[in-house]
Structure formats: structure tokens, C-alpha cells
Design a protein around this ligand. Structure first.
Ligand SMILES: C[S@@+](CC[C@H](N)C(=O)[O-])C[C@H]1O[C@@H](n2cnc3c(N)ncnc32)[C@H](O)[C@@H]1O
Length: 216
């Protein structure tokens, strides 16, 4: 029987602005609850407005651990003005740049999950460079270029504890299916090729990998 969120958490997730589809969100939640049993923090790269963070926060709450979510809150390439995934309401009119932090904070507040999340505002490689603690779960959903997705993998995968999970979003093995590039797919292949991860599950474009050894 899969572990599903309570109806009010699912409703908050579905109402939140963002990019995580429901089926993948449910798979993400199940993986996060399972990984929470290790008693280590759960970390996400790519907060945006907090849609997936709701699920990680609730999984963390259930396990008595903390969810950490990292984002510079200035948006990815494809979310900038003029691109397909741009939402004009995310632009701060005073500085003329995207700022998803206020919406994220409201989202988390409304869901009643603020106490279970530490939000880190910064560039993922810069945060990873000083990170020293093992993690039970790393969810990679940040920038989708090779530069950014590759740096997320290099920065965070080494911190996944043995038995912990690395979850990658937007993995599209077929070039015709992708909509923001195949960099996450290349990261997924890199993780498997390293010998340090084995695949646990695939739900649409979401891949769950378990750390089984050193190797990275
Ligand atoms: C696809 S969105 C995340 C969607 C979110 N997980 C959801 O469920 O809706 C990607 C996010 O990654 C952030 N991002 C992109 N590159 C980043 C980097 N190098 N460091 C930190 N955040 C980054 C963007 O600001 C954006 O908010």
C-alpha cells in the first residue's frame, strides 16, 4: 500500500503554484517518507513557489526530521520573461527580477508546514560547497541546463547517505518527449554509471535511486 499524504496536504499541494504533476508528486512523497526513516534531513534543490516542498515538508514532519529547500528564487532560464514557463506574477516590480520567495513563504504558511522546513536562499553549488552533513534524501529539480543539473549532482549526490535516496525530476530518455532539455536524463545516467546508485522506481519523468555504495 503506497504511503499517501492526508487529504488536506494533497489539497494544499494541488492548489500551490508550480511544476510538479500529481502522479509524480505522490511518488516523490512516498520516497521521501521512506527515506525519512533514516532519521536524516531531506533536501530539495528547486523550491520555486513551494509546490513540491509541501510534500517534502509533510514527509519530514511524519518522520520527525527537517526538510531543507535550496533556491536563489530568481527562476530558471525557461521561467524568465519571454520564455514558455514564465509567470509574470513572480516578478518583483521594484527590482524587475523574478522573486518566488514571497509566494513560497505564503504557500508553506497556508499549508501549516513552516516549522518543518529550512529554506536556503542561494545558488545550489555555492550552498553545496560548504555542506557537511549526510542527507537521507536529495531531490534535484533546479536548473535544467547541463551546467546547472550537473553541478547539482556533483554538489549534492556525495552527501546522500548509504541507503538514502537521490530523486531526479524531468528525466526524458526520448529527445522528442523533453520540454526543457535532457540534462536531467544525463545526470540520471551519470548516477547509475557511478555504481553508487541503483534505480528504485520510475514514475513518468521522476526517477528514484538508492545509494548503495561509495563510488562518487
Ligand atoms: C522547475 S523549478 C522547481 C519546481 C518546484 N520543485 C515545483 O514543485 O514546482 C526550478 C527552480 O530552480 C531554481 N534554480 C535554478 N537553478 C538554480 C541554482 N543554480 N541554484 C538554486 N536554485 C536554482 C529556480 O530559481 C527555480 O525556482
Amino acid at each position: 500500500m503506497p504511503t499517501a499524504p492526508e487529504p488536506e496536504i494533497l489539497a494544499a499541494f494541488e492548489a500551490a503554484k508550480g511544476f510538479m504533476p500529481v502522479r509524480e508528486g505522490l511518488a516523490l512523497y512516498e520516497a521521501a517518507v521512506g527515506a525519512g526513516r533514516l532519521g536524516l534531513p531531506l533536501l530539495e534543490v528547486g523550491t520555486y513557489c513551494g509546490r513540491s516542498t509541501i510534500l517534502l515538508a509533510d514527509a519530514a514532519r511524519r518522520s520527525g526530521v527537517t526538510a531543507i529547500t535550496v533556491d536563489h528564487h530568481r527562476g530558471s532560464e525557461e521561467q524568465q520573461p519571454g520564455w514558455d514557463y514564465h509567470d509574470p506574477s513572480t516578478v518583483d516590480p521594484e527590482v524587475g527580477l523574478m522573486d518566488t520567495l514571497p509566494t513560497f513563504r505564503r504557500t508553506l504558511r497556508k499549508a501549516g508546514l513552516e516549522d518543518h522546513v529550512v529554506a536556503v536562499v542561494g545558488r545550489s553549488p555555492q550552498v553545496a560547497a560548504f555542506w557537511r552533513s549526510p542527507l537521507g534524501f536529495v531531490f534535484v529539480d533546479g536548473g535544467h541546463t547541463d551546467e546547472h543539473a550537473g553541478a547539482d549532482y556533483e554538489g549534492w549526490a556525495p552527501h546522500v547517505a548509504e541507503g538514502g535516496l537521490l530523486v531526479i525530476h524531468d528525466v526524458f530518455p526520448e529527445p522528442e518527449d523533453e520540454f526543457t532539455g535532457q540534462a536531467p536524463y544525463r545526470v540520471y545516467l551519470r548516477a547509475l554509471d557511478s555504481g553508487a546508485f541503483e534505480e528504485v522506481s520510475a514514475t513518468d519523468s521522476l526517477r528514484v535511486l538508492r545509494r548503495t555504495g561509495a563510488g562518487i
